[in-house]
Design a protein around this ligand. Structure first.
Ligand code: CA
Length: 511
């Protein structure tokens, strides 16, 4: 729904002002009545932490299989150009909740606290009769608001035997966190009354650093060598200082703790510790004996990292399968919109890196799969640009709830129906702030279109980068300053200025 149709919709419902304040106090649920209420779809928003789309078989992964995630793609739509607006955990979550860029919602980096008194989509859904729940990784420092039920990991949370905070009460659980979060999600789904529309935020910690696999997957991939990305040994020539001065490389940044070369985590039960030690002990012994150096050592580190990462993903895949099975068994599949995404992408050895933050493709791109049999053609694929900014508006659209004018995202329900509006966005705006900080990725903003990406590193340095994604999809050559692209740069700067104005971003240096 674009701004115009949004306004028309508000008028049809009798709102003349369209102000967010008016919307948030009006009991919209009564407008719909009982009959319509029953038809409103349920929403399950599955989000993982740092799961890159190139580790999903439905995106053509060369390194793993994700059969349950693929089910969502096969029965729904897969997005090739779903992007985040600020590639880091807490900011992305705040953008999703509010439908507003970081400079508006206040969470520009992981150090900021989320102001839970502001307008969020769960609050708007709740006011219209939706049951809302937030289960799993939250990472916003303040307690969740707008949820009938919440049970979250404090901070980053633990991979094993996690403490969780349930409606304000701390409790400890025994087991593997990916399984436990799913147990809570299923328990909540089973507690709902029939025909009660619901919205469940089901959020995994996995596969976030330090990639601790569950007992079931500790030895998965032991007998195989995972293919390396072609730019694992990138030397950052033809790039600027930002790429050269980061601190997120597999070679230099990854710690013995990341690589499981240290003793088993202290919080394991004796049974879990036996399994952990029997999995890593012999492999670590072999590593010490091999006495690796140089590229061989980097190659070993990559294998250790990527296998642990993929083991964590395998558990997510299993557990998403449990939820999809439950929806089938309970007859909910037909009337439930299921989203799968991750808070941003991740470097899987690409450019020699792990982590995220940069506007480069691997961390800018979010996986996005959506299934809703009533409206979405099975096995469809979209190249339209959608953003984490759009989720809130899309959920409200499905629920028949007016989208407040001050939400900056747009509903992509029509895109999902295979009927993309002619004026759908052709470019996206990005802004990353967390510097100086861990991983040393300098502040930058930029614009990405179908073919080009223009980035301005404006803090600490003043450097521009331009990538021609058609000729250089791996972004190995900055062509800013190449006369061939003079006009392209002029056009992209105009577009960047327009987007900064549209989204009211006056932070960072002017274009
Ligand atoms: Ca993340």
């Amino acid at each position: 729904m674009n701004k115009h149709t949004r306004r028309d919709f508000l008028k049809r419902l009798g709102y003349m002002t369209g102000s967010a304040a008016a919307l948030s106090i009006f009991p919209i649920g009564r407008i719909f009545g009982q009959t319509t209420e029953k038809k409103r779809p349920n929403i399950i928003f599955i989000m993982t932490d740092d799961h890159a789309s190139h580790a999903m078989s439905c995106y053509g992964s060369k390194i793993n299989k994700t059969p349950n995630l693929d089910r969502i793609a096969n029965e729904g739509m897969r997005f090739n150009n779903s992007f985040c607006t600020n590639s880091i955990c807490a900011p992305c979550r705040a953008v999703i909740l509010t439908g507003k860029y970081s400079h508006i919602n206040g969470v520009i980096d992981n150090r900021k606290k989320f102001d839970g008194s502001q307008q969020t989509f769960p609050k708007l859904l709740q006011k219209t009769g939706y049951k809302t729940a937030m289960i799993g990784k939250w990472h916003l420092k303040t307690d969740p608001t707008g949820f009938d039920y919440w049970n979250i990991l404090p901070g980053q949370g633990a991979y094993y035997n996690p403490a969780m905070k349930e409606m304000g009460q701390k409790r400890k659980y025994t087991g593997y966190t990916t399984n436990i979060i799913t147990d809570h999600a299923l328990k909540w789904l089973k507690s709902l009354k029939p025909d009660e529309p619901f919205c469940l935020m089901y959020h995994h910690k996995a596969p976030h650093r330090r990639w601790e696999p569950g007992p079931k997957h500790l030895t998965m991939y032991d007998d195989v060598t995972i293919p390396e990305p072609e730019n694992l040994f990138d030397d950052y020539s033809n790039r600027g200082r930002a790429a050269k001065e980061q601190d997120m490389s597999i070679e230099k940044t990854m710690t013995p703790n990341d690589l499981k070369l240290t003793p088993a985590p202290k919080n394991l039960t004796p049974e879990q510790k036996i399994l952990w030690d029997s999995a890593y002990g012999p492999k670590n012994e072999a590593f010490k004996k091999a006495n690796l150096h140089g590229k061989d050592l980097i190659r070993w580190k990559y294998q250790r990292y990527i296998k642990d990462y993929l083991r964590c993903v395998a558990s997510v895949d299993d557990n998403v399968g449990r939820v999809l099975d439950y929806l089938d068994e309970s007859g909910l599949t037909g009337n439930t919109v299921v989203f799968y995404t991750s808070d941003q992408g991740f470097y899987l050895g690409d450019h020699g890196w792990f982590d995220k933050r940069f506007m480069y493709e691997e961390s800018l791109r979010m996986p996005l799969l959506v299934r809703y049999p009533k409206e979405i053609k099975a096995g469809s694929v979209s190249d339209d640009i959608v953003l984490n900014l759009d989720f809130g508006a899309t959920f409200l659209d499905y629920a028949g709830v007016p989208i407040p004018i001050d939400m900056q995202g747009e509903s992509f329900r029509k895109v999902l129906q295979g009927n993309t509006p002619g004026d759908w966005r052709k470019s996206m705006y990005y802004h990353y702030y967390e510097y100086p900080a861990v991983h040393s990725v300098k502040r930058h903003y930029g614009v990405r279109t179908e073919r080009y990406k223009l980035i301005h590193f404006y803090h600490d340095i003043d450097e521009w980068e331009l990538y021609d994604l058609k000729k250089d999809p791996k972004e190995m050559k900055n062509v800013f300053g190449d006369p061939e692209y003079d006009q392209t740069i002029k056009d992209l700067k105009v577009e960047l200025k327009r987007l900064r104005k549209q989204y009211k971003d006056t932070t960072g240096s002017p274009v």
